[in-house]
Design a protein around this ligand. Structure first.
Ligand code: PLP
Length: 443
């Protein structure tokens, strides 16, 4: 999902224009395309449009193609499985691939207790499962979530989402009982406090104000939280945030649902981003990168929470065998090599972007972990006024120079490339980014 709303315009007379027009006639106008990139093929971190032009893909299909486009090992695993069977419905029959994926997740998800997995097809569906499981397991109706959060667009997950009002407008009433509180967005503290003097007011507000006024804590089933906010602007909370929030949740018997859909699966240099904060969640939601582009999601919970009975939750396509085959290969590659590359390339990117920040008044903040990196554009560093037009102009100028970027938050450019992106392509991408920045600034 991108944040720009203008229609693609710069492809007049091309094959791309033809496909963009056909697309506009038959596809939902709710999609948000930033520019007219019409894909032909991809390999690693490079993609080619239908006219043969090469681009560097710094989004990897919005943090999905974790092993790059068409990694040969992943493609071979899918091909091998495609010759055996394509579908059997894991809710009604058994097959080893589903078991193997769940066993792998049991091992990888933080915490010593055994885990069980509910497999599905998307992030929103994983969040829906977590929402239902949290209610089922606790018998409590309410949920807490954060301003700026993105958890999906189905009715339950949308009730937790608080990223942009356009995502909710026209869809009320949503699921009742969800309350939102400010996230630890220290660059723009909603309480106008300074970290660490703030003593994490964003966490204490929940107990001191919310629980005392409108939300009885014994009615709260779960807190849904992204370890690093994704769509909200690649916002990295301070070291105490998750531990303090988890302590608070435990005090009131509230489940901690860690939404790792964008940040997880090796992207931040750890298998799950929450590991950077040393917190063990009760439920983890996973999707995006797990199967390198095939649709697969999972809600993984402590076994003692998976109390729901046969028939209480299920689906037709969840744990699709092709997606499971891709997931096993993806997890193998991420664990053995690509997670370390994500950590190393993330450092390269941060250093270079921080250098640009020192030279450019309009780069307000550079933040991230591993290959989840955001730079927030502002009118000037002192005033910190967001500069969404500048951000959009940079994204456009980068596209014109062969670099695919997307925005997030109000005025942030995000970088979420494949975890195996090579150094030479990182350098090339950052060179183009710098050129695009200067071009946008001189417009
Ligand atoms: C943190 C997070 N949760 C949930 C979702 C929803 O995932 P999906 O688009 O697969 O439904 C997203 C998608 O961007 C996400 O970033």
């Amino acid at each position: 999902m991108s944040t720009q709303t203008s229609n693609p315009t710069s492809c007049a007379g091309s094959d791309a224009e033809h496909w963009v027009a056909r697309d506009a006639a038959v596809l939902s106008p709710s999609y948000t395309r930033s520019y007219p990139f019409v894909m032909d093929r991809g390999r690693g971190s490079e993609v080619w449009d239908i006219e043969g032009r090469r681009y560097i893909d710094m989004n990897s299909g919005i943090a999905v193609c974790a092993t790059g486009h068409c990694h040969p090992d992943v493609v071979r695993a899918i091909q091998r499985q495609a010759e055996r069977f394509l579908h059997m419905s894991g809710t009604d029959f058994y097959y080893p691939l589903e078991v193997e994926v769940a066993e792998r997740l049991d091992r990888l998800v933080p915490g010593d207790e055994p885990h069980q997995a509910f497999l599905c097809n998307s992030g929103a569906e994983a969040v829906e499962a977590a929402f239902k499981l949290a209610r089922y397991a606790t018998g409590r109706p309410r949920m807490l979530a954060f301003m700026g959060a993105f958890h999906g667009r189905t009715m339950g997950s949308l009730s937790l989402t608080a990223s942009k009002s356009v995502q909710r407008a026209g869809f009320e009433p949503l699921v009742p009982g969800v309350s939102h509180v400010p996230y630890a967005y220290c660059y723009r503290c909603p309480y106008h406090l300074q970290y660490p003097a703030c003593d994490l007011a964003c966490v204490s507000f929940i107990e001191k104000t919310l629980f005392k006024t409108i939300v009885p804590p014994r009615e709260v089933a779960a807190i849904f939280v992204e370890p690093i906010q994704g769509e909200g602007g690649y916002v990295v909370p301070p070291p105490e945030f998750h531990p303090r929030l988890k302590e608070l949740a435990e005090r009131y018997g509230i489940l901690y649902v860690d939404d790792e859909i964008q940040a997880g699966l090796g992207r931040t240099g750890r298998m799950f981003a929450i590991e950077h904060w040393g917190v063990v969640p009760d439920i983890v939601t996973i999707a995006k990168g797990i199967a390198s582009g095939l649709p697969l999601g999972a809600a993984v919970a402590r076994k003692s929470l998976m109390t729901w009975v046969p028939g209480s939750h299920g689906n037709t396509f969840g744990g699709n065998p092709l997606a499971c085959a891709a997931a096993l290969e993806t997890l193998r590659l991420v664990e053995s090599e690509f997670m370390a590359n994500a950590a190393a390339m993330g450092e390269v990117m941060m250093e270079r972007l921080r250098g640009m920040q020192r030279r450019c008044e309009q780069i307000g903040d550079v933040r991230g972990m591993g290959l989840m990196v955001g730079i927030e554009l502002v009118k000037d560093q002192a005033g910190r006024e967001p500069a969404p037009e500048l951000r959009d102009a940079i994204v456009q100028a980068a596209f014109e120079r062969g670099l695919l970027l997307l925005g997030c938050g109000t005025s942030t450019v995000r970088f979420c490339p494949a975890l195996n992106i090579p150094r030479a392509i990182v350098d090339e991408a950052l060179n183009i980014f710098e050129e695009a920045l200067h071009a946008a600034l001189s417009m």
